[in-house]
Write a protein that binds this ligand. Structure first.
Ligand SMILES: C[S@@+](CC[C@H](N)C(=O)[O-])C[C@H]1O[C@@H](n2cnc3c(N)ncnc32)[C@H](O)[C@@H]1O
Length: 447
């Protein structure tokens, strides 16, 4: 710690933030001396891990992550975690829980097995060999399954739909696991109903969903054949996401370590990031409970209901157009981005703007051919109408969020999350509105 208060540290503090790719990176406060991390490091060391130039630190805005104490060059190994440290379904099948899982019919899914094991180990506390790892796991999450309904309703409607689907899926997974939990009663002195509550299941599900690394395993005859690609990777799972981070990550069969190498430079005392994938904010929020500002992959979704509300009621072909677009698989993933409406969205709008006598030419639209100047212009105007509708809706939601922020203090973190989603979407919609205006001005004139 004393080293961090030296001249170099003060110079860094004065500088405030430095930049790694497009991600503004701020220097963090080293927390490796905290008792939980001291225990974790001892435990990892015993299992053969010794990559401690990466230290846990708290960073402004982002929270806990890993900071490098040495400069990293392209190709450098960032972290190499021995197989022994990984928690996978193989670990579970080899454990005391293995015989229960092997006996159970119908088989559990890999995800159910991991959730069950994590809940049991957390419950065992100091009797669990995984205690040093479990102690540093977050106690709660900002993932949508944790959000109260009054907060969920403030998200954009395509996201609300997906949050509800996800919540239902987690609840069903919990209900489907309850009989298996019952079979574990001999392992517990408490009633299993008290150990495996929906609350503990939700915590385990979020721990796995937000923290596992992708690692393929051989399918087990004792588990369902759903993809078995999860591995909990202590310490390595402290790495945060940046859309601009460039790393390679894979399990090295020779060294039997899970290895991450950087493709770019990273300066000493900077946070080291990995990229969880080219995810938009909706996906980041659903899977990981956070979003990044100025995410280059971010988009605003337009759902079918919104589309229906904007197409002409007088158009007698509207239902046929809907069916045609549905058959072509074009009614999903319609988006606005920083560069305007997506090709899919514009194509769909062009189909809706076809006059009855032009409808026979619908396939040409899919090929990107222009039908008439009227059709081009009509679709741009429709896109603008939808875009302005979304801007309006966004502004109303922001007003509601501000009102609630004043009224309900307990959910202010959650409300901040919604406000952030809305702010990011507004930027995209405003950029799209500008692009559309330019496109309309330069489009061929109507006949
Ligand atoms: C694999 S963990 C990374 C370590 C985590 N920050 C921790 O303290 O344990 C993934 C979680 O970290 C957080 N996270 C990762 N990248 C982030 C970012 N760029 N901004 C904010 N939170 C982030 C999210 O809560 C996410 O679910």
């Amino acid at each position: 710690m004393s080293k961090r208060k030296g001249r170099a540290y003060r110079r860094r503090r004065r500088k405030g933030s430095v930049s790694l790719g497009t991600h503004a990176v701020e220097t963090g406060a080293n927390i490796s001396h905290e008792p939980d991390f001291v225990q974790l490091r001892k435990w990892l060391k015993k299992k053969g891990f010794n990559g401690f130039y990466l230290v846990p630190a708290n960073f402004p805005d982002i929270g806990r992550g890993l900071m490098t104490r040495k400069a990293l060059e392209p190709g450098d190994l960032v972290i190499a975690l021995p197989e022994k440290c990984l928690l996978t379904t193989n670990t579970i099948l080899r454990s005391y829980m293995g015989e229960y899982i092997k006996r159970w019919k119908p088989c559990l899914s890999p995800l159910q097995a991991l959730c069950t094991f994590l809940i049991a180990e957390r419950h065992f506390g100091s009797r669990s060999p995984w205690k040093p790892y479990i102690d540093v796991l977050p106690k709660t999450y900002t993932c949508p399954v944790y959000l109260p309904e009054e907060v969920i309703e403030l998200f954009p409607s395509p996201l609300v739909k997906r949050i509800h689907e996800q919540k239902r899926m987690v609840q069903q997974l919990y209900l489907a696991s309850k009989c298996f939990f019952g079979s574990l009663q001999p392992l517990f002195s408490e009633l299993v109903e008290k150990v495996f509550t929906y609350d503990t299941f939700r915590w385990a599900w979020c721990s796995i969903n937000t923290r596992t690394i992708y690692m393929e395993h051989k399918q087990s005859e004792f588990l369902t054949q759903e993809p078995n690609v999860y591995a909990l990777a202590p310490y390595l799972d402290l790495l945060n996401h940046s859309p601009s981070a460039q790393v390679t990550a894979a399990f090295n069969q020779k060294s039997k370590h899970y290895e991450i190498r950087t493709v770019t430079k990273c300066r000493r005392y900077e946070q080291v990031f990995i990229c969880y994938g080219p995810h938009d904010n909706q996906r980041l929020l659903l899977e990981y409970g956070f979003l990044t500002n100025s995410n280059p992959h971010n988009v605003v979704y337009v759902n079918k209901e919104l589309l229906c509300n904007h197409v002409s009621e007088k158009d007698k072909l509207v239902n046929r157009k809907m069916l045609f677009l549905q058959d072509e698989g074009l009614l999903e993933n319609l988006t606005f981005g920083f560069d305007g409406p997506s090709w899919r969205l514009l194509t769909v709008l062009k189909i809706f703007c076809l006059r009855a006598e032009e409808y026979l030419q619908r396939k040409k639209v899919l090929l990107g051919l222009s039908i008439t100047a009227d059709n081009e212009l009509g679709s741009l105007e429709l896109a603008e109408k939808i875009c302005f509708h979304l801007i309006n809706e966004n502004q109303k939601a922001m007003q509601n969020i501000s009102r609630l922020l004043n009224e309900i203090v307990e959910v202010s973190d959650h409300l901040e999350l919604v406000a952030n989603v809305r702010r990011e979407e507004l930027q995209i919609l405003q950029a799209s509105a500008e692009v559309l205006q330019n496109m309309r001005v330069t489009a061929p004139r109507r006949s």
